[in-house]
Design a protein around this ligand. Structure first.
Ligand SMILES: [Zn+2]
Length: 301
C-alpha cells in the first residue's frame, strides 16, 4: 500500500473515564484512520483544570489500550501548548480581529444565544486603552460569515456563524477556548481527518473560520451520531454516563460497531478484540454510518 497521508486523532478531555459514547467516537476515528492506512493520534484536551478529574487522563489511556485501540506516537497534552495559543491570539489581534468583551453572564443570558457585538468598540489592537479589567476575548466575524463544508458522513452542510455572533477565543479565566486550541492543534499535528461526535458539529464551522484567519490547513470533517440514553440525553460525563467496564471490552466493541452500522457475523462473537477490530477495519464504510439522528443504546443489534 502506498504511504497514506491520512492522519486522524481522538481528543478526549480528562473530565472522567471513557463511557460508551466516547468509545464510539474513538472507535469511529480509529477505524477510519486504519482503513485508510493512516495514523491515529491521541491528544488529551486538558485545558480546563477546574473540570478535570485527577487520574482521568491515565485512565483513558488504559481504557483505550484495553479495547485494543492503540495510537501512534506520543500523546499530545494541550496544557503544553499554551505558548502556541497565545502566539496565535497575538497574530489575530494584530490583524485587528479581536476585542475585549466585558459582558457578564447576566447580560449574555438576556441575548438568547446570539452575541450582539456590544463590546466590538474595545478592539484589542486599535484602541489605546489598557484592557486590564477581567474580560473574555472575542473574534469579530465578517458581515458575511457563511461557512460550507462537505462532511464525509453527513454530506454538504452550511452554517451562518452570525446566528450565534462573535465567539470567544480566550476565556475570562485566562484559559484558551476549545475552538482556538483545537484548530491550532489539529494543524500542529497535521490532522487530515477529524471524525467525531455530532455534539461538536456547531464547533466545526467556527474552527474552519479560524483556520482560514490563521492560514492553517483545514482537515476533512465527519460527524457520527451522538449516543444518547433512554431519556434522550447525550451520554456524557455531565449526566453520569457509566464508566466502561474493563471486563466487557469485547462486548463494548461489539455494541459500538453495531451503532456504527456494522452487522457482525455470529462467528465473530467469540473473537478477540484484535480480531474484531481487524475485521472492522477491513469492512469499514463511511456510507454505513447512520446520518444525523441520535442513536440510543437499544439501537445496538
Ligand atoms: Zn461584551
Amino acid at each position: 500500500m502506498a504511504v497514506s497521508s491520512y492522519i486522524g486523532r481522538f481528543a478526549p478531555s480528562p473530565t472522567g473515564p471513557l463511557h460508551k459514547g466516547s468509545l464510539l467516537a474513538a472507535l469511529a476515528s480509529f477505524l477510519d484512520a486504519r482503513a485508510n492506512g493512516g495514523q491515529w493520534l491521541l491528544r488529551i484536551d486538558d485545558l480546563d483544570p477546574p473540570r478535570e478529574i485527577p487520574g482521568a487522563a491515565d485512565r483513558i489511556l488504559r481504557q483505550l489500550d484495553e479495547h485494543g485501540l492503540h495510537w501512534d506516537g506520543p500523546v499530545l497534552y494541550q496544557s503544553t501548548r499554551l505558548p502556541a495559543y497565545k502566539e496565535a491570539l497575538q497574530q489575530l489581534s494584530c490583524a485587528g480581529l479581536l476585542y475585549a468583551c466585558y459582558c457578564n453572564r447576566a447580560r449574555l443570558r438576556t441575548l438568547g444565544g446570539r452575541y450582539d457585538g456590544k463590546c466590538r468598540i474595545h478592539n484589542l489592537h486599535a484602541s489605546a486603552t489598557i484592557h486590564d479589567k477581567p474580560h473574555a476575548t472575542r473574534i469579530q466575524l465578517p458581515e458575511q460569515s457563511t461557512v460550507t463544508f462537505k462532511d464525509v458522513i453527513q454530506g454538504p452542510l452550511l452554517f451562518d456563524l452570525n446566528k450565534a455572533g462573535d465567539f470567544i477565543l480566550w476565556r475570562r479565566d485566562q484559559l484558551s477556548a476549545y475552538q482556538l486550541a483545537c484548530s491550532l492543534d489539529d494543524d500542529h499535528q497535521g490532522i487530515s481527518h477529524v471524525i467525531r461526535g455530532s455534539d461538536l458539529l456547531d464547533s466545526t464551522p467556527r474552527q474552519i473560520h479560524l483556520s482560514h484567519c490563521l492560514a492553517l490547513e483545514t482537515p476533512q470533517y465527519g460527524h457520527i451520531p451522538v449516543l444518547s440514553n433512554a431519556e434522550g440525553q447525550k451520554l456524557s460525563k455531565q449526566n453520569h454516563a457509566p464508566e466502561l467496564s474493563s471486563d466487557k471490552t469485547t462486548s463494548n466493541l461489539i455494541d459500538c460497531l453495531g451503532l456504527l452500522g456494522f452487522s457482525i457475523p455470529s462467528e465473530l462473537s467469540n473473537s478477540s478484540n484484535q480480531q474484531l477490530l481487524n475485521w472492522a477495519i477491513d469492512h469499514w464504510q463511511l456510507s454505513n454510518v447512520p446520518v444525523l439522528r441520535r442513536v440510543t443504546e437499544s439501537d445496538s443489534p
